[in-house]
Design a protein around this ligand. Structure first.
Ligand SMILES: [Zn+2]
Length: 363
């Protein structure tokens, strides 16, 4: 097809990384076929009416030439930049909370972003400096810089867990028995720039090793973004058993696999976890778009190089993806609403690390 030929001229220089310099909303799901063959492009948030497509410079030219109906996705146009805290303000706020609870909270950097910002991880656990055999759990948010609500919910969750320790019996037991790790922002540069990719425009959730892709199916650091590498080294150094990562642009819990149509080995378990999360976060469970507020990732749209499948494939760390808000950058006044709606789900999901072992495969 003529359309395909033009596109390949623009993108043939890119290997595995997905670049996000240009962003479009393409009308009509049927137009997916023009973009799907190109590994260099990111497709996101597919609905019947259309989808987002991100790519390197030249994407817009292709869309224009091919006469595909689309609109520029200018995420910054509708955003009042000053409203959300900067990465530095966020780190300070977390530091303040952590410093009040040195026995149960620790803040550590697992690496730096392109622009030299620390990737801060907060560990919350009784005797926090001791690494022992208690189950390890993690949350990662804000890997897409313009999907900001996850970061805010992580900050509130950290403060909630710490300030209620010794007061709320359930939370206290959870902190006593679990090694909880929280990375509020995997992409602080993207957050500061209000853009999806990192400072080099790399889409971090398309940057992990992809077990289905020949030539990219080794769990190696070479050629990946520094933020991706930091996560990979961190994961290799720990024994995470359960995790979730937070996004925006839809309201749904998306379950593995993303990469292939194959049935997930623990499909019943992850579906149960997904339904439970969505039920505990009422606005997600009440979705009119997704039955029970969940979807299989691949059935929604294929993702290659995503973190979710990578963490399972190489580490048997069971991970789900939560899309928190239809708007990627909702007004900050809605933060308390989203926290209140997600609080039960956030806490119950951590506790699940204690009960999944009976039903999961042995490492
Ligand atoms: Zn995202």
């Amino acid at each position: 097809m003529v359309k395909g030929i033009i596109l390949s001229l623009f993108f043939s220089v890119f290997a595995f990384a997905k670049y996000t310099q240009e962003a479009y909303y393409v009308y009509g799901k049927q137009n997916l076929r023009y973009f799907a063959p190109y590994k260099e492009l990111t497709i996101d948030h597919v609905t019947a009416s259309g989808f987002e497509v991100y790519g390197p410079k030249g994407l817009g030219q292709f869309i224009t030439r091919a006469n595909i109906r689309a609109a520029v996705l200018d995420t910054k146009a509708s955003i009042t930049r000053a409203k959300y805290p900067t990465p530095e303000e966020t780190a300070q706020r977390i530091q303040m909370a952590v410093s009040k609870f040195p026995q149960i909270a620790q803040m550590m950097s697992i690496g730096k972003s392109v622009k030299g910002r620390d990737l801060w991880v907060i560990k919350i656990s009784k005797n926090v400096r001791v690494n022992d055999n208690r189950p390890e759990f993690k949350y990662i948010a804000n890997m897409h810089g313009d999907e900001i609500m996850g970061r805010e919910l992580m900050v509130l969750l950290i403060e909630d867990l710490l300030s209620n320790y010794g007061k709320d019996a359930y939370l206290t037991k959870l902190v006593d028995t679990t090694q909880i790790y929280i990375l509020p922002s995997m992409n602080p540069d993207g957050a500061a720039l209000i853009q999806r990719g990192n400072a080099n425009w790399v889409d971090l959730n398309r940057d992990f090793p992809d077990f289905s892709e020949k030539g990219n199916d080794k769990n190696t650091l070479d050629g990946r973004a520094v933020e991706t590498q930091a996560i990979m080294k961190w994961q290799a150094s720990r024994k995470f058993q359960l995790s979730a990562n937070y996004h925006g642009g839809a309201e749904v819990v998306s379950l593995p696999f993303d990469t292939v149509p194959d049935k997930f080995p623990l499909a019943d378990l992850v579906n149960g976890l997904g339904v439970e999360y969505a039920t505990n976060a009422p606005y997600i469970g009440a979705s009119k778009v997704f039955k029970n507020g969940i979807t299989n990732g691949y059935a929604w749209y294929e993702v290659n190089g995503g973190m979710q499948d990578w963490s399972w494939n190489w580490y048997k760390d069971l991970q789900i993806t939560v899309e928190l808000s239809n708007q990627k950058y909702p007004d900050p006044s809605t933060i308390p609403y989203y926290y209140q709606q997600n609080r039960k789900a956030l806490i119950a999901y951590i506790a699940r690390v204690h009960t999944i072992n009976q039903s999961r495969m042995v490492r």
